[in-house]
Design a protein around this ligand. Structure first.
Ligand code: ZN
Length: 92
């Protein structure tokens, strides 16, 4: 994934995304929705799975303020192709 900001998680010893997050595939220099990583000043998080950045998953989403809807839709389609994967929505 790629994000507009990042912070250091001392418990896990890794950078975690902050601000707005986009899906990003390793080996490309743009997000899944077509933003240039460089021009949009996005940081890459190769070690953080996309699902962890979603607020409903909790894992790495503490500082995530916005999930790009186009990337989320693309990632959901991608993940939906795998059997056994279910999207969970927290109750308000
Ligand atoms: Zn995006």
């Amino acid at each position: 994934m790629a994000a507009s900001g990042r912070w250091w998680d001392e418990e896990d010893n890794r950078w975690l995304p902050a601000g707005e997050v986009h899906a990003w595939e390793q080996g490309t220099n743009q997000t899944v929705c077509g933003l240039s990583l460089h021009r949009s000043r996005l940081s890459r998080f190769a070690a953080v799975p996309w699902a962890e950045a979603l607020p409903e998953s909790g894992g790495a989403a503490d500082a995530v303020r916005r999930v790009c809807p186009r990337c989320a839709a693309a990632a959901a389609r991608h993940a939906g192709a795998r059997p056994g994967w279910r999207r969970t929505n927290p109750r308000p």
